[in-house]
Write a protein that binds this ligand. Structure first.
Ligand code: GAP
Length: 533
């Protein structure tokens, strides 16, 4: 599937729009249209129901070491700045970036690719950030050396595609989009947290941050949850909410945005069983995506190599999906499941831990005092049976609502053929969304706008509306109405026709199989409700 086709359908049918489009758009921000908002709500609802609403705390799910409790939380986006100091985001949440002095563009250092090219006695590292790297680099190199395509053989390539990070001397680099050579600054760290200034005075003392993850809101409320409910370890706290990151190069539709939504759980357990819980969550989360329709062939669970892990973590795995905008064989992260040990609770208790120390100790500033003080609150947990206190370990399944929605959209997009009204096969675009995720569950059509058909169809529509998302359409040829619903991902269409008036039955059409069958008016709402819930 070509990504452009999906992007175009998303705009045409109202799934996704570029934010602030009438003013030319704002890079890294997206708006969900009438169909998109329902789809994303269904994704979040499916996650919340699975994690919180329908969780049975009396029974151990398959693969879980024991039964456990799950509760929810909704914390503020802007929190005390000290939280980000103790979590490590203030010092460590950064990407290396380079600026171009000529074009004023800023790039992520690790995302610039290039090749060494030589012609006319000069050697230059020609770069790009475009997706068709090799073609773009060749085009730029020919232009730089004033060569026509027919003289391309005068150009000598001296390396394969290489990351800019491997180049020592930036004075020999042609930056992406630049005309001159040597316009890139030396790489420097760029913190990804977006700043804001609550209150009337805009000074350093009042500087705060838009949260870059929802997780810290959970850690700093862990004690409140323990004190206000009767949860006991092991238990999880779930949260869905907006997060913000000042990504240097937002790209690939909503995949890397500056404003996005996360669906995160911090699961607190005893350190002795934490490894088992980590494995449980890793497998359970993978299954959630396949249950909702992602194909196993395009999904993978990738364990991080030991050298990718923070040393306080004994495991991290990513659920990855083969997004169509990635090169063949490459996967993009949908969710990370991390074993975070007691790093976060201990940092918020004692002061920021030094992630490079082993065993973990509080990081000290130049004056020998803790670099960032913790809350000083006792965040230990008292085991009622043994009376012993300990700091729980946290297992964190952390997913992105926008990335999951994008993966479901990519998976759903199909072009196949279906017969039109005259029985002639025509190409159709169909979004094969899982019925639980589909924005509209059923559309109701009168075949024609006469003979009492609209009245019957409206009654069916009203009966559906009270129970699930339905749509009424009486405009245009029925074949065209089917096509519109196929593109919206509506799993069922119900048509009231001449026969309805004589035998009180309607036609139900299945979006995927195109099968049609007749159902009694009195049963149709219930039958569809069963299929979509
Ligand atoms: N609390 C852990 C954490 O935030 P992460 O891997 O940085 O971990 C978790 O983010 C998930 O959030 C990712 O797997 C992804 O689905 C989503 N996410 C992260 N950055 C994103 C971005 N810039 N745009 C859209 N989704 C993003």
């Amino acid at each position: 599937m070509e990504m452009e086709k999906l992007v175009s359908l998303c705009k045409r049918r109202g799934f996704l729009f570029q934010s602030s489009e009438i003013y030319g758009g704002l890079n890294g921000f997206w708006d969900y249209g009438p169909l998109g908002v329902e789809l994303k709500r269904n994704v979040k609802e499916a996650w919340w129901r699975d994690m919180v609403t329908t969780h049975d705390e009396l029974t151990a799910p398959i693969g879980a070491p024991s039964p456990f409790e799950m509760v929810g939380l909704d914390t503020a986006i802007i929190m005390h700045p000290q939280i980000w100091k103790c979590s490590g985001h203030y010092d460590l949440f950064s990407d290396m970036m380079v600026d171009c002095r000529e074009t004023k563009h800023r790039y992520r250092y690790d995302q610039i690719l290039g090749r060494w090219a030589e012609a006319k006695g000069r050697r230059v590292f020609v770069t790009t950030v475009a997706e068709d790297e090799l073609a773009e680099i060749t085009r730029r190199a020919l232009k730089l050396f004033h060569l026509r395509s027919k003289n391309a053989d005068q150009l000598q390539w001296q390396s394969d595609l290489t990351s800019l990070e491997k180049v020592d001397d930036l004075s020999q680099v042609l930056a992406p989009a630049a005309k001159e050579i040597g316009t890139l600054t030396e790489p420097r760290e760029f913190n990804l947290m977006l700043e804001t200034y609550p209150g009337p005075v805009k000074d350093e003392k009042n500087r705060a941050f838009l949260r870059p993850e929802t997780a810290q809101g959970i850690f700093v409320n862990y004690k409140n949850v323990l004190d206000s409910t009767r949860v006991k370890i092991p238990f999880g706290i779930a949260q869905i909410g907006k997060s913000f990151r000042n990504e240097i190069t937002p790209r690939n539709f909503t995949f890397r945005s500056r404003e996005f939504e996360q669906m995160e759980v911090e699961f607190f357990c005893h350190p002795d069983t934490s490894r088992q819980w980590y494995e449980y969550w890793r497998d359970r989360r993978m299954k959630w995506y396949t249950d909702l329709g992602l194909s196993s062939a395009r999904l993978q669970l990738r364990d991080h190599d030991p050298d990718e892990l923070s040393h306080y973590s004994t495991g991290t795995a990513d659920v990855e999906y083969a997004f169509p905008f990635l090169p063949e064989g490459e996967f993009g992260e949908l969710e990370g499941i991390a074993h975070r040990g007691d790093f976060d609770l201990r940092s918020h208790m004692e002061g920021k831990l030094d992630p490079n120390s082993s065993p973990l100790t509080v990081e000290l500033g130049d004056d020998g005092k803790p670099k960032y003080r913790g809350s000083g609150k006792d965040l230990t947990y008292r085991d009622e049976q043994t009376g012993r206190r300990f700091l729980p370990h946290a297992i964190e399944p952390s997913s992105g609502a926008d990335r999951a929605t994008l993966a479901f959209l990519c998976e759903a997009y199909r072009e196949d053929s279906a017969p039109d009204e005259k029985g002639k096969m025509q190409t159709r675009t169909v979004m094969r969304l899982h019925p639980r995720l589909a924005p509209i569950k059923a559309a109701v059509f009168p075949l024609v706008k006469k003979d009492g058909m609209p009245e019957v169809a409206r009654d069916i529509y009203r009966a559906m509306k009270g129970r699930f998302a339905a749509f009424y359409d009486e405009k245009g040829a029925v074949g065209r109405r089917y096509r519109r619903q196929d593109e919206a991902g509506t799993p069922f269409c119900v048509t009231v026709d001449g026969q309805t008036l004589t035998d009180q039955t309607v036609t139900v059409r299945d979006r995927d199989s195109l099968e049609q069958w007749r159902v009694k008016i009195d049963d149709v709402v219930e039958e569809i409700e069963k299929k979509v819930s």
